[in-house]
Design a protein around this ligand. Structure first.
Ligand code: PCA
Length: 158
């Protein structure tokens, strides 16, 4: 099992959350809500309004999200879904626990720091560094940049 921190469309209530809830893909356990220890720029970019956490720590804001434990099947699915390593790279990040909901015996406490994988990118356009940054991604936020869901042939599906 592997820990993955999600901060974008995979979070609960966001456009791709059904992936994390689909038992036919793999096994997933929701562990905690958390926030990155270091600030990172979380921007919304491309014509499809895709959220990206840029791999440029100490810029932007501390990013909020959810930590899951996933099996190898789900991890492989997520790597393909996130077009890793071309579009995103799966890197390690330090996270401060806000609320642990997992059942573990010696479960971390609020304020503890743990490490997890996260999909960040280094392959961004330089101008993305000028874009507004967000603490908590929401496709329906005031920014008006709603995520565009497309299938593999580029057709809008919503
Ligand atoms: N999906 C991944 C990375 C950005 C995105 O939309 C996530 O939710 O963490």
């Amino acid at each position: 099992m592997t820990r993955v921190f999600v901060y974008g469309t995979l979070k609960k209530g966001q456009p791709n959350d059904s992936i994390m809830l689909d038992p036919t893909i793999g096994t997933v356990k929701f562990l905690a809500r958390a926030r990155t220890v270091d600030p990172y720029p979380l921007v919304i970019a491309t014509g499809d309004n895709i959220p990206f956490m840029l791999n440029k720590p100490n810029n932007g804001q501390r990013v909020g999200g959810e930590i899951y434990e996933v099996d190898d099947e789900m991890l492989q699915f997520l790597d393909r879904f996130e077009d890793c390593p071309e579009m995103y790279q799966r890197t390690l990040v330090q996270l401060e626990i806000e609320e642990w909901v997992g059942e573990d015996e010696d479960k971390p406490k609020t304020g503890d720091v743990i490490e997890s994988f996260v999909y960040t990118t280094t392959t961004y356009q330089p101008e993305w560094l000028q874009y507004p940054t967000y603490e908590n991604y929401d496709t329906d936020g005031d920014h008006g940049l709603k995520y565009v869901c497309r299938d593999k042939r580029g057709q809008d599906v919503q």
